[in-house]
Design a binder for this molecule. Structure first.
Ligand SMILES: C[S@@+](CC[C@H](N)C(=O)[O-])C[C@H]1O[C@@H](n2cnc3c(N)ncnc32)[C@H](O)[C@@H]1O
Length: 308
């Protein structure tokens, strides 16, 4: 099966807000399904955002905060997932072609899923090669896979299964929303670096938002981990140590657990405990799952760690 190629994509005009780089279309709906994403709590988190001229979202994922917040003079979103990087770059720079290639993904969705899930060449690509195809691969899998988890790690291939065909329905409506995301991404720096490289050369006008993989994700069995790039204890410690002395204003989201509080016990930090109702896999015990209980809304608790 061919899933279409970027080069044979015709161009269909797309209604895209006519904005100059850096101009802000306002809050836009986050374009991805993202495990651990902050879409539902972004407005709550933004109440804690300090005034700033430069914004950095170091573990962007679905970048819920970036898409919800007012754009700063300069913005930088980063994530170590190469497919996610390709998606944001294509939506920013080649939205028309990206949309046309998405439109070619019609017919037997399960076979298309198999096609994209087996394009290891694209999963292993880094940098700016094959950006459009990698972007569509990432987006198609994100919309149709179980839980929105786009795991490229070959050891966890079993986690990549087609379970959400409706995620690819109403594509034109989704593309309209993506056009807003494209407008928001104009003038934004997008990178695929490890976090250490995004914490340099900050000033007191820099606002850094860090939403690293949760501590409980680190403690999970490898096959249960949410992200393609996960964190071990060393990563958590390195992040805390790099953030301790930065001149930037820093906001960190963590699961509220003793390990997270211990990591930030020393230094300029203050803790804010947030609560809301959410629906997620952590809402169920093993016994619930064995008894076939469906996920339900439970109170969510999260720790915000601030140095201002
Ligand atoms: C909790 S998610 C971020 C969710 C995001 N705030 C949202 O609203 O969707 C954590 C992200 O960190 C990324 N990540 C993991 N290790 C990383 C690393 N060393 N450097 C940068 N990003 C990393 C993962 O790919 C994942 O997308």
């Amino acid at each position: 099966m061919s899933a279409g190629t970027p080069s044979d994509a015709g161009t269909r005009a797309f209604v895209q807000p006519d904005l100059l780089p850096g101009m802000d279309p306002g809050p836009v709906p986050p374009p991805l399904r993202y495990p651990g994403g902050k879409a539902r709590v972004a407005r709550l988190l933004l109440q804690y955002a300090p005034p700033h001229r430069e914004y950095r979202e170091v573990f962007a994922g679905g970048a819920a905060l970036f898409f919800q917040k007012r754009k700063a003079e300069t913005s930088w979103i980063n994530d170590r997932h190469p497919g996610l990087y390709a998606f944001y770059v294509a939506v920013r720079d080649d939205f028309g072609e990206f949309a046309d290639l998405c439109r070619k993904q019609t017919g037997d969705l399960r076979s298309l899923f198999e096609y994209w899930a087996n394009r290891r060449d694209l999963m292993e690509a880094e940098g700016d090669s094959s950006i459009l195809e990698r972007a569509v691969q990432f987006y198609f899998i994100n919309r149709t896979v179980w839980g929105g988890r786009v795991v490229y790690d070959p050891q966890r291939k079993s986690r990549l299964y087609f379970s959400n065909p409706q995620g690819w329905h109403n594509l034109e409506r989704r593309l309209e929303r993506l056009a807003l995301a494209s407008a928001k991404l104009q003038g934004v720096k997008i990178t695929c670096l490890s976090f250490e490289q995004c914490l340099r050369e900050c000033t007191a006008d820099t606002f850094i938002y860090c939403d690293p993989p949760y501590i409980r994700d680190t403690l999970c069995h490898p096959t249960d981990k949410l992200y393609d790039r996960s964190f071990d204890e060393e990563h958590h410690r390195a992040l805390a140590s790099l953030l301790k002395d930065t001149p930037a204003k820093v906001m960190i989201s963590y699961d509220d657990c003793p390990e997270a509080r211990e990591l930030y016990s020393d230094g300029p930090w203050r803790f804010v405990q947030l609560e809301w109702r959410y629906c997620g896999r952590y809402a169920l015990t093993k016994k619930d799952k064995a008894n076939g209980v469906k996920e339900r809304k439970v109170p969510g608790k999260e720790l915000l760690i601030l140095n201002y």
